[in-house]
Design a protein around this ligand. Structure first.
Ligand code: ADP
Ligand code: MG
Length: 408
């Protein structure tokens, strides 16, 4: 008997919805592409390249547009014998300092077997090795540093590298840096001297609106899904949900992928809006659980305080009321409580994670105060917290209270 059987009722090419897929064409980014091409023009002309800095939320096409344009550029400069272009791309997400980025770059440039160890050198030594390798390659070199915000304030390389040529550290190579950041604040936090050189050309990628996401998603759905397994309404719903949230194409693609999987698992022959709804819940739950897992115990307890007020239908709750509830909970749980100030910091973290929303209220002479409410379904927060905190009775009571108050 066969245990594995091919299921291909819905997907024609599932890979087309995944992160690694490189689309043949880019939709809806004509203006950005034009500005980007303009910034890259010196490469074609044989001059020193500009340093380019791209920023925008995750999923707005920064990586896709970069890969697309650099591959066009590499093809097109073949025509000019005096341009010898190399592109080195590095995703900095797992790296947390200039040192680590420099080591990775050296190892990417060195032939197999010649890699250097990732620790143990003075930083300047690694930078010098990098200059040597770059000069060895020679010609025009574009270094793509994707998700560069991962290095935080350990950003010396971004100061050094753009100056290496004028300082004489680089002789043969004309190096251009393409820095990509998901975090707009990263740019502002850079030393002004780094800003001037690294951000020679700045490109901002705004979030997509629903119409743009619909077009991006339609093109992708045509490749990924079989004909007659979905209709426009499904694509539009995924696009609308993603537009309302963060304007991310990644999110829209994930919704469609999960919705189609739901259809396939349920042996339905069409993807429906019901499947998209289910997919949305699934993604939301993953996001919340992921965020909640990262919290410390007092983060969990502070969230539980908001959750228990929410179950009573009393949110937004003032920070004072949340703190009182938190003290209660700590008491019942048998842990020492933190000062109000620290609990406030936990509430801010929860807000940054998108689990709470906060409002600042003005109350005349008594100054301002914050009030908080859940930004995720109550049940998602309860489920995630339940895994972290050992208080079964409390959770079943909370569910009863929430049901009585018709809170969901
Ligand atoms: P970022 O790097 O800004 O986080 P990505 O470039 O990884 O975003 O884009 C996320 C996903 O959406 C990728 O699968 C990408 O192919 C797709 N995508 C984003 N923008 C476009 C676009 N304008 N046209 C076609 N596909 C796009
Ligand atoms: Mg990216």
């Amino acid at each position: 008997m066969r245990r594995f059987e091919r299921k291909r009722a819905i997907f024609a090419n599932k890979d087309a919805l995944r992160e690694s897929y490189q689309p043949d064409s880019i939709e809806e980014r004509d203006e950005e592409i034009e500005a980007y091409m303009d910034a890259l023009q010196p490469v074609v002309d044989g001059w020193e390249p500009n340093n380019v800095f791209l920023y925008g939320n995750t999923g707005v096409g920064k990586t896709a547009v970069t890969e697309y344009l650099l591959s066009l550029l590499q093809d097109d400069v073949e025509e000019y014998d005096d341009v010898d272009l190399s592109v080195v791309s590095l995703n900095c997400k797992p790296l947390s300092s200039s040192y680590q980025v420099a080591v990775e770059l050296v190892n990417e440039l060195r032939p197999d077997g010649g890699e250097i160890s990732t620790t143990g050198y003075p930083q300047q030594t690694v930078f010098n090795k990098l200059y040597e390798e770059l000069d060895e390659v020679g010609g025009t070199i574009l270094l793509v540093l994707d998700e560069i915000d991962a290095i935080g304030d350990r950003d010396e390389l971004l100061y050094e590298l753009p100056r290496a040529r004028s300082k004489g550290d680089l002789e043969d190579a004309k190096v251009g840096i393409i820095g990509i950041s998901n975090d707009f604040k990263f740019r502002d936090q850079l030393d002004p001297r780094v800003q001037d050189t690294l951000c020679e050309r700045e490109l901002q990628f705004p979030p997509y609106n629903a119409q743009e996401l619909t077009n991006i998603l339609s093109s992708r759905a045509e490749i990924a899904l079989r004909e007659d397994t979905y209709d426009e309404a499904v694509v539009r719903l995924c696009a609308a949900l993603a537009a309302k949230d963060r304007g991310s194409a990644r999110q829209a693609l994930d919704l469609l992928l999960l919705a189609a999987e739901q259809a396939e698992n349920g042996d339905d022959d069409r993807v429906s809006e019901r499947h998209v709804e289910a997919a949305r819940h699934e993604l939301e739950r993953e996001r919340v659980e992921e965020g909640i897992r990262q919290l410390t115990q007092h983060g969990h307890l502070a969230l539980l305080a908001v959750v228990s007020i929410a179950a009573e239908g009393d949110t937004p709750g003032r920070s004072r009321a949340i703190y009182d509830r938190y003290l209660d909970i700590c008491d019942g749980y048998g842990v020492d409580s933190l000062a109000q100030r620290s609990v406030h910091n936990h509430l801010s973290d929860l807000r940054m994670l998108g689990i709470l929303t906060a409002r600042e209220n003005r109350s005349g002479s008594r100054g301002n105060f914050y009030s908080y409410e859940l930004d995720v379904p109550l049940e998602s927060a309860l489920t995630a917290l339940e895994d972290e905190l050992d208080m079964q009775q409390r959770f079943s009571d909370l569910r009863t209270v929430a049901t009585m108050n018709e809170v969901r």
